[in-house]
Every structure is written in structure tokens, then in C-alpha cells.
Design a protein around this ligand. Sequence first.
Ligand code: ADP
Ligand code: LRH
Length: 492
Amino acid sequence: MSVLAFDLGASSGRALIGQLKDRTIRVEEIHRFPNEPVQIGGRLHWDILRLFHELKQGLLRTKASGIQVESLGIDSWAVDFGLLDQRGELMANPFHYRDSHTDGVMEKVFETVPAQAIFAKTGIQFLSFNTIYQLAAIRQSRPYLLQEASRLLMIPDLLRYWLTGEMANEFTNATTTQLFNPSLQRWDPELLNSLHLPSHLFEQVVHPGTETGALRAAITGELGLPKMKVYTVAEHDTASAVVAVPALERSFAYLSCGTWSLMGTEVAQPVIHDRARELNFTNEGGAYGTYRLLKNIMGLWILQECQRTWQRQGLLYSYPELVMMSEAEPAFSCFINPDDPLFLPAGDMPQRIAAYARRTGQQVPQSPGAIVRCIMESLALQYRHVLECTEELSNQRFSGLHMVGGGIHNETLCQWTASAIGKPVWAGPAEGSAIGNMAVQWIASGELSDIWEARALIRDSFPVTIYEPADREAWENAFGRFCQITKSTTYI
Ligand code: ADP
Ligand code: LRH
């Protein structure tokens, strides 16, 4: 049976068709497009109508492929949303989570509800751009939006609504708002009340694998398509990526490596206590009653922004070129804490890395290759730190690390990660989110029995590259220095 997955990452979106035949998954990418935010009036927004247009292009290419697709699902990055009026129309352009309207808002919210109370209720990490702080910012600057709005839909909820005409808030993404209470299994009424957020915006959440309508007649008519079922999948892209981790054992650690690096493990119950809060870990909802005990690491975003900065200066480097240039540079010359808030907003990352190096008394990396080396080594060392925290919080010891996502195309990063953690890295599949999206559709339609059957099938269908640790002593010493340099800086 064939299904269509739309996977929208912060840097690009794609449409993939998955075919499940003779106990093998075959995947074909039929559409890929950049996801470029738009800066306007000093604000940063997603180009949501363009994204919807690209979904339609994906549907047209599905038709052109001649493959009969039974259903589709959409996953995307978390926390961002649209507000709809009583007529069901989008009231304003959704903000990009890197917009500065949330600057200082989290601290203000803590004056009303202390951080401890928010974490106790939600189990969600403190990121300055979480939906809760975006809504608090909107309440201050554009109160009319919240007064008039009748519904809040997260990005995949919104796109799904435009495709089907049906509104539903999906569970995995709902948890990333930091307004959902996993013990109550509903939006937290006290949090909504304390922050004066209208409760009617938030409807009952639906779980991954729920059939939530079909392509509406206006779409099938416009595009000349047959009717197609639409499922809520694990609509947070990281939740879908975790579904696709080809683990055979129940206890495993993962790193979803794309614009962000999300590292953690799957747990049956949220881990909510002081230590988890101190380490700023999160317990985001997963598929089939699981939770994702993980931590956000700034990830390849820093490299993306360097590439963009150099491009503006007329220096065009592809990712493979940048990686190659970094390999020619001396090892362990400069480290950054990738999670320093300095690196969160868009902008001139080479300059910020130089500022960080000066602030911490290190030699400033000068060439693009040296800067890329600094980013990649620092990421690998931060992975080591976060893996140790994951082991502590989950009370487990992992024998290796599963890496999924576009970042695994960077073989040097995979190798350095293995060396930094001192354990093997198992890399694959690169399109984890899209494949996890498909797996939930197959489970929903009865083609697969459960997530473990899906994972075994993914393991058999896609290659996994194994990276063994190397240069252990040098990486051990580097980790000691990295911890010294980065311990003074705060986390995102
Ligand atoms: P997202 O879904 O968040 O948009 P992806 O999972 O597509 O991100 O991963 C994008 C990242 O993968 C890029 O920022 C880049 O660093 C890395 N990447 C992709 N292709 C390559 C490649 N050929 N060589 C090295 N790195 C790559
Ligand atoms: C990764 C991701 C991550 C969120 C961030 C906003 O794409 O969904 O899990 O924290 O984007």
C-alpha cells in the first residue's frame, strides 16, 4: 500500500511516496523545496501560503507518478501556529520561532507562573520561543488577535485543515506548546487561566494515527485528484523521526540531526523532577503512548547561517565543500557552546563565533574551514555531554547512538560524534521524519501491527552506516577542555 508523507523542516520541505510491498519499504522523493522565511516590517514570518502551494505541487507530482496513493500525512517543525477567526480564516501570518517578539517574555511569564510550576505541569523544556511565550507576546503586542481568534492550529494542523476542511489539534505537536499537561492529558486549565489565554482556542487533542478527513472537494477538483484519506501522524517532525529510529532493542538513544539536533531516548512516562528541569530536558509527546525525553541542541543551524553569510559575501560553498575544508584544518583549536543564546537568532554566525572565542580567551578561527571545524567539533562534544545527561536522567547506559536526519549526509560529523561519545554511531535513515510519518499511516490502516514491527521493517529496508570511535585519547582531552570553556555560558 502506498502513502504520501509531507515533511516540512525548518530549512526545506519534501514530499515522499512510500510503498510497502513484500515486507520492504521503498521510498521515492517526488518533490523538495526550500522553506525560506520572510523578513517584513522587522518581523520574521513563515511563508505559509507558499508552503501550502508546495503541498499542492507535491500532490500534482504524486498524480504524475502514476502511483496510487491511499493516504497522506503532514509533519513539521514544532511550536509555531496560526490563529483562525470565527469564519475559519487565518488572521495573521504565523511567526517564525526565531522572531525577536519573544525576547524577554519567558522571564516575564515566570513572574506570573514560576518556572518550577510550568515544568511540573508540562514537563517541557524552557525555550524562549515556545508557543506559550509566543502567545504571551501576542497578548501584549496584539491583544485584538487573541480577542477575536476562535482557534489555534499548529503548522501541520493548519495545513491539514486547508487540505481537508477539518480542524484537529494533534498530540505530539500540542505538547511542544508547553501548555499541555500529560498527567491530565489535556491543555492545562490553570496555565491557560493564569496567562489569560482563551481556553476555546484549544480543542481536544487527537493522537497520531487518527483519520481526520479526506482531501476536500475543492482540492481534488482543482488538482484533478481522486479522493485521498488524511491521517494525523506524529506531526511534530522530531516525533516522526523517533518513530523511524531503526532500533531493535527497547532501550536506545537517538540524535535527530537536521537544522536542530535533538538528542534523547524514548520513555513510557514523562520524567518530571528538579534534575530534569535543571538540565533543561523535555518530555515531548511521542507516538503510541511514548514520551521523548530529549534536549534541543542548536545543531546544524549554525553551519546553515555561516553558509548564508558567506553566500552574501559572494563565497558559495556547498555542504560537502565546507566539510572537506574543515578536515584540512588543525583539530581542537576553538570550541563554542552551540547552545549559547548568541547563536539562536538568524545573522552573521562567523562574527558571533569570533565574539564567543574572544569572550572565552580562545584563538579566533579565521578561515571558513576553521570555523566549520569549530562548529562540528563543538557539536560532537555537546552530543557527548547531552548523551551523558540522557543516561543519568533515564537511568540507562546506551551501547551506541542512532543518528537520523539530513545531518547524517555529513559523514565527518557522524565519525566525530562516535569518537566524542566513545561509542558506535548507527546512521540512517536520512529521511527519518518522512519515514516515521509513513509508518504511522501504515499502522493506522492496519498494514503494520505496531511501532516495533515498523522499526524492524525500517531496519531491513534502509542501510545503516556504522561509525566506530577513533582517536579516543585526543577526544577525551578535548572534552575536558570543551567543558571548561563552555561551562560558564548559559543554555538556550
Ligand atoms: P531540516 O529537516 O531541519 O530542514 P535536514 O534534516 O534536511 O534539516 O538537514 C539539513 C542539514 O543536513 C543541512 O543543514 C546540512 O548541514 C546537512 N546536510 C545535508 N546534506 C548534506 C551533505 N551532502 N553533506 C553534508 N551535510 C549535509
Ligand atoms: C526540529 C524541531 C524541534 C523543535 C524546533 C522548533 O525541526 O521541530 O524539535 O524544538 O524544530
